[in-house]
Design a protein around this ligand. Sequence first.
Ligand code: BES
Ligand code: ZN
Ligand code: ZN
Length: 492
Amino acid sequence: MKILFRNKDINSIKADVQIVFLEKKPSIKKLVGENDLETLEESGFFKDATDTFYVSSSKKLYLKLKEFEAEEIKVAAAKACSALKNFNFKSAKIEGYSDVELFCRAFAEGAILGSYSFDWYKSEKKESQLKSIHIASLLGRKSGVSEKSINEALEAASLVAENVNFVRDIVNSAPDDATPMQVASIAEKIAKDGGFECKVYDEKFLKSEEMGAFLSVARASAHPPRLVHMSYKPKGGKQPTKKIALIGKGLTYDSGGLSLKPSDYMVTMKADKAGACAVIGIMKSISKLNLNVEVHGVLGLCENMIGGNAYKPDDILRAKNKKTIEIRNTDAEGRLVLADVLCYIQDYFKKAGQQFDYIIDMATLTGACVVALGEYTSGVFGHNEKLKKMILSAAEDAGDLMAPLPFNKHLRKLIKSEVADISNCSSSRYGGAITAAMFLDEFIYDENKQKWAHLDIAGPAYVEKAWDYNPHGASGAPVRTIVEFIKKCEGK
Ligand code: BES
Ligand code: ZN
Ligand code: ZN
């Protein structure tokens, strides 16, 4: 579906249906013809009875808009698109008003994200007939905005939203259709299309790099692990304004391993690869947006399974930085994979004699984070307050929900081990998101502490109930936030 801006009066545009957003204001009468007003009043539309109402005589679909604000516009656009799925209209139009650029960006994002549905495995597919929506606004000479800048903003918003949907598709794929090798191939394809580099490493490499933690988690799976390193650099040898590393947890399935998950908790664990998939979507976005930054996307892809050769509680693993880890619970596997991948990228820069500015990992790391913040919000950790603020403000602008969570020196003792340098599982049932983040902190070198942020996306990555413009299943978080973050720091 295409969202297009038209610098025209809405009445001069032909479309099968008109979408009308109504703010609860006296101006309603101006927007709604007398006849429609009567129909809407009779239907109880204004008394919150329904969200959308279609008047067939005027071919108008009415929606309520609480206020002129980006998130509200996105939700209304999504509702309009899902209502229009039940009709056979091919084109629609809507009047763009107030801040037209903001309206276009938000409308496009909401419409594209709200039109998403995952039907790969359905025999009968219900395809929407709607192919285009025209946003009409006749720009006066004094409006202060140009058609060009509106079109650019609209295209960028559409591109990122399409990429969020692309990430949703990978996360929603069944675990046997998105194995480590298959996800690595997707990353390779995206890199090829985007004209940037992508290296895929197998177990031999992991062994040679002494990634004992990552390898142990992967051991019992029929699908071998992969470490993917994508690197995007500004085209034409331009000097990047920032160098950023993004790390994604890519557990293509998390059964819990020998500390097996109860069956109800195992369902949805195909989504334990959401961090890695988000990194692919971010790389895809920044390469298409041609941002003047250097970004390294590193994915730790494997499956946490059971079997005679599975790693086990009581094992002692040795991570890439030589730290030893006592395994007390094989279900706390994400932090083990991340430990080695975090060391890998820090060593990579060290060996190249290069500095980087930020290192951000994203991971469906703990159920405890979902308990702390609820299903819709990601937790943000880090030692650098300024960096955390930048991420939180990007999230606010992009529309992802995020909240800061603190480290706590008193919880450090909970991951102490009597037999190894550290334990992979807290000795307390409380504060699990924090102790997991503090475990990762053990693998961030002193010189990089201020550059690091950790996002626990266990809640919003996958929700089994549609909400706002998010469908049942994968949400594609935190792609929009990190793209926004990179855009913001590109200019600084
Ligand atoms: N992948 C899970 C975390 C998770 C839970 C993600 C719910 C999404 C929704 C992670 O590997 C895990 O199992 N963590 C354990 C850690 C515990 C054993 C210390 C958890 O959160 O229970
Ligand atoms: Zn687990
Ligand atoms: Zn996991």
